[in-house]
Design a protein around this ligand. Structure first.
Ligand SMILES: CC(C)(COP(=O)(O)OP(=O)(O)OC[C@H]1O[C@@H](n2cnc3c(N)ncnc32)[C@H](O)[C@@H]1OP(=O)(O)O)[C@@H](O)C(=O)NCCC(=O)NCCS
Length: 212
């Protein structure tokens, strides 16, 4: 079973370990070997301690747990980057490689979006490295729209990147649901029955999710 919850200070060592491991697993070939080799868990712990405690403005960090171990995390908050044109920015989303493709990433970003929406932020976006095709496919599965590209500073290196947005954050927050919704039995909608269309569309969207 996957548990999604807000991060506590006690999660900082696990978050830092996942961050370093995920960069090695994801960015070999995107970032120089020297950059990857210079990453260390202790530095990341400091960064995440600051993120969880000192940062001005609203930010949230959520973690995914399986069998009592943190296996992934997501963070985001008020957008730092006006170029995205969105109120919230998803800053980090990492699931350990051996735990991927079992629904944790979907629920992490959904829970983060839920929290950002509950804090009044109405739209969300992120930057992803242009050659991170797996992540781009993942975000598009969740309804993200590719709206631009730019060379961005990432890990101290200039990286060609893609902007992905959800102009209505509620569309992303929909994925904060561990239970797939059962589809209503098919029937022909009565003329003018707009509610049926909406409910079926939403249920269909959720029904496509794997039970994590
Ligand atoms: C991107 C990431 C967070 C997705 O998390 P995940 O737990 O593996 O994703 P889910 O199991 O929730 O996947 C949901 C859907 O996304 C799509 N998807 C996920 N990974 C994919 C991949 N490698 N290739 C193509 N589609 C993919 C699938 O359609 C999947 O739906 P399915 O289960 O019906 O097949 C995770 O793969 C990861 O941490 N990657 C490395 C770090 C990274 O790139 N982070 C993003 C930086 S911007």
């Amino acid at each position: 079973m996957t548990i999604i919850r807000s991060a506590h200070p006690a999660d900082i060592p696990a978050i830092a370990r996942i961050h370093v491991a995920a960069w090695h697993e994801t960015y070999r070939g995107t970032l120089p070997d020297a950059t990857l080799a210079s990453l260390n868990v202790r530095d990341r712990e400091q960064v995440w301690r600051q993120a969880l405690t000192d940062q001005p403005g609203f930010r949230d960090v959520v973690v995914a747990e399986r069998s009592g171990r943190v296996i992934g995390f997501a963070s985001g908050g008020l957008a730092w980057d006006a170029a995205l044109g969105m109120e919230a920015e998803i800053e980090a989303l990492y699931v350990l490689k051996r735990e991927q493709l079992r629904g944790a990433g979907t629920r992490l970003i959904g829970a983060l979006a839920r929290s950002l929406a509950d804090h009044g932020l109405r739209s969300a976006g992120l930057w992803v490295a242009r050659d991170n095709l797996a992540a781009i496919a993942f975000y598009r599965t969740l309804g993200g729209r590719v709206v631009g590209s730019a060379i961005r500073a990432f890990g101290g290196v200039a990286v060609p990147s893609i902007a992905i947005v959800w102009p209505d954050i509620e569309e992303l927050a929909l994925w904060d649901d561990p239970q797939p919704v059962r589809l209503a039995p098919r029937r022909k909608p009565a003329e003018g029955d707009g509610r049926w269309q909406g409910a079926a569309g939403r249920a269909g969207l959720r029904d496509a999710r794997p039970a994590a």
